[in-house]
Design a protein. Structure first.
Length: 311
């Protein structure tokens, strides 16, 4: 059954592609993913027609969307400026506001009951400057509120038998990379490759060139079964981060799945892990070993070599 060889996202891609072709779209206008999926379907159809061995269903895992984050927005205004800043929490926002208040504390020295020096407590300094109802300074004020940071809100479907895109697919993704310049909306310049966003810009406050990599929007084919994207970062000739090892499911992921499963679920998870090559069973002691090990890691003296795959 051809459909068994495709995950739901690939099947959705095939359906959409069929509709586009039915509407007389030029095949050359199809995306690289659409063309690759069509070629796979064609090869499977030819193999099925030739009576070759049936294919086994692809074992996939579902990775839910990450929860929304939160940032605190501080808007402060006076007669000369109106500025807005983002902060990780309310305390850091108040600390920033208090820093401004202490810098202009001389504005209050003519008022009765105001100390010569601002309080060391951030909340007290802000309260004294703006008043308990924020109406002591008619030409000045501030708003402080929390905002949710939206993330990619869909479930990812990735195969346990993960493989990084091959040479051809990688070259095509590199050719399709897009540069997003800075706009009047204060967006930062970035390069987008297969959904990965790489921001590189000058930060005058930090006094440095900043580079920021955002992986939340990466295409599903880059996502490993543990939810991570393999990443290698180099500065000049020095590797400063390397998480580019072969993307098999990590042991802690499988362990967490098995620890949370009941007896029926445990068996289903192990069967899926065996089919995907994430586990292999020692023929001597029947111990289940991680797929990347070369010999049995079971208790006792058993150190039988991993059986070779048979064609």
């Amino acid at each position: 059954m051809i459909a068994a060889r495709f995950n739901p996202l690939d099947i959705e891609c095939l359906v959409k592609t069929a509709v586009e072709l039915w509407e007389d779209v030029d095949p050359s206008d199809l995306s690289a993913h659409q063309q690759d999926t069509l070629n796979r379907a064609r090869e499977l159809r030819l193999a099925e027609h030739a009576g070759q061995e049936p294919f086994h269903p692809e074992v996939v895992t579902f990775i839910g969307p990450r929860p929304a984050g939160q940032a605190w927005v501080l808007r402060r205004w006076d007669r000369h400026e109106n500025e807005m800043t983002l902060h990780v929490d309310k305390n850091s926002a108040l600390a920033g506001l208090a820093g401004y208040v202490r810098g202009v504390w001389d504005n209050l020295l003519s008022k009765e009951g105001i100390p010569d020096q601002p309080p060391t407590d951030d909340r007290a300094a802000v309260r004294l400057y703006y008043g308990p109802e924020r109406n002591s300074r008619p030409d000045e004020g501030y708003n402080l509120y929390a905002e949710d940071i939206a993330r990619r809100g869909r479930t990812r479907i990735v195969p346990f038998d993960y493989h990084f895109p091959n040479e051809g697919a990688s070259e095509q993704a590199n050719r399709d990379a897009t540069f997003h310049p800075q706009t009047d909306d204060n967006d930062l310049p970035c390069v987008e490759v297969d959904g990965v966003l790489v921001f590189a810009y000058l930060d005058h406050e930090a006094g440095a060139v900043r580079v920021s990599v955002h992986l939340d929007s990466a295409e599903d084919r880059l996502v490993r079964p543990d939810g991570t994207v393999p990443l290698r970062v180099e500065v000049e000739d020095d590797v400063v981060l390397d998480d580019s090892a072969e993307g098999t499911a990590k042991r802690d992921l499988l362990t967490r799945l098995l620890d949370a499963a009941d007896d029926h679920q445990d068996q289903a998870i192990r069967e899926a892990a065996f089919a995907a090559g994430v586990l292999w069973r020692c023929p001597t002691c029947q111990w289940d070993n991680p797929g990347e090990t070369a010999c049995c890691e079971g208790p006792g003296p058993c150190r039988v070599a991993k059986p070779k795959k048979t064609s």
